[in-house]
Design a protein around this ligand. Structure first.
Ligand SMILES: CC(C)(COP(=O)(O)OP(=O)(O)OC[C@H]1O[C@@H](n2cnc3c(N)ncnc32)[C@H](O)[C@@H]1OP(=O)(O)O)[C@@H](O)C(=O)NCCC(=O)NCCSC(=O)Cc1ccccc1
Length: 315
């Protein structure tokens, strides 16, 4: 049943609550509380910005990929990330904000992007590690989002997850190839995993006790799991993969807990996380400067497209 905006507020609200309780989707034309809309804009925009800013660390290696095959794979992956950003900006636009507004919020620092992309990519092994751990964490977080309560976001996630899953496998395959190579290559992989393990755990957000948004987002069906639940799932998933690769995860507290049926693990440096979120991470300034420059360089394209659209409308 669809209700129009002419229905009284309490009827609209009850209809919204009932849709959420049935685990059904809220669609763009449905009535929704302002807080629900704002939370979705914040999360979807942050997600879209992460995909676009996330092109930079790996993009750094396109011109230096070790073979034509690796270069073609990396180019395709980075291009996919641009596509994910575009699906997500489109999903956010159904909530009444424009892509230009969101881009301006990003480049003025009013909206965030994932902390993980503030770390540098220092060796080619980082391309594999990002695929394995960063896309791996992204999948853990995003598969439940395919069932998020907001229709356009959930549908965008289905396609994004299929592509992320392919990205994760290509990263794992790259690392497995290097692990079968020379001692130097194996050392490169281990050094890269040492740098990315803790930042990958931070991708799931602060611990539940310090997460101001989780309770309400779960009640609205926007998030389907808490930050700590997904972090645990990621650790449990990664341990056997690390063993199969032959790399050590850099956490002395990491141990299987028979009673819980999960691994116990140490805590990332949450102060380092907060500094990154506030814009003081190792590469924040560089990432933002690059994004601002790209936006300014693209001004002529936006102007030409607007002029062309106006001409078409007039004819
Ligand atoms: C789980 C969470 C990230 C955070 O839960 P929430 O309930 O929203 O927040 P919570 O109350 O727990 O936190 C308190 C505050 O901390 C902020 N904050 C938290 N964590 C982070 C963080 N890690 N980085 C920066 N900020 C973070 C949070 O915004 C909030 O601040 P606010 O209140 O706004 O001032 C959620 O938004 C989500 O699932 N997003 C969708 C997934 C998504 O965005 N994925 C993107 C990466 S994957 C990818 O791009 C694929 C790829 C792979 C390889 C290469 C290229 C691309």
């Amino acid at each position: 049943m669809t209700l129009t905006d002419h229905a009284p507020d309490d009827v609209l609200e009850r209809h919204f609550e009932a849709t959420i309780a049935r685990n059904d989707r809220i669609e763009p034309r449905d009535w929704m509380p302002e807080g629900y809309r704002k939370t979705l804009v914040r999360q979807i925009a942050q997600h879209a910005h992460s995909e676009i800013i996330g092109m930079q660390p790996e993009g750094n290696w396109i011109s230096r990929a070790p073979s034509l095959r690796r270069k073609a794979i990396l180019l395709a992956k980075v291009q996919d990330e641009a596509g994910h950003g575009l699906y997500l900006y489109s999903a956010a636009e159904t909530l009444g904000v424009s892509r230009l507004e969101l881009t301006e919020m990003l480049i003025s620092g009013r909206q965030k992007y994932s902390s993980i992309f503030n770390y540098p990519t220092l060796s080619y092994a980082d391309v594999g590690t990002i695929g394995w751990l960063v896309d791996g964490a992204a999948i853990c977080n995003q598969v439940p989002l395919c069932r998020t309560s907001y229709g356009p976001y959930g549908r965008a996630m289905i396609r994004v997850c299929k592509e992320e899953s392919f990205h994760q496998r290509q990263g794992y395959e790259l690392l497995a190839t290097m692990m079968r190579g020379t001692d130097e290559q194996r050392a490169m992989v281990q050094e890269s995993v040492n740098r990315f393990w803790w930042p990958a755990l931070m991708m799931f957000g602060p611990p539940d006790a310090d997460s101001p948004n989780t309770a309400q987002s779960m009640a609205w069906g926007i998030k389907r799991n808490t930050n700590d639940e997904l972090r645990q799932k990621f650790v449990d998933m990664s341990v056997p993969q690390a063993e199969a690769l032959g790399v050590t995860l850099p956490d002395p507290e990491l141990i299987w807990n028979e009673e819980r049926g999960h691994h116990d693990f140490g805590q990332p440096d949450w102060e380092e996380f907060m500094e990154g979120v506030k814009g003081n991470g190792p590469c924040n300034a560089q990432r933002m400067a690059h994004r601002r420059r790209a936006h300014e360089d693209g001004a002529w394209v936006r102007e030409a497209a607007t002029a062309y659209a106006a001409k078409q409308a007039a004819s």
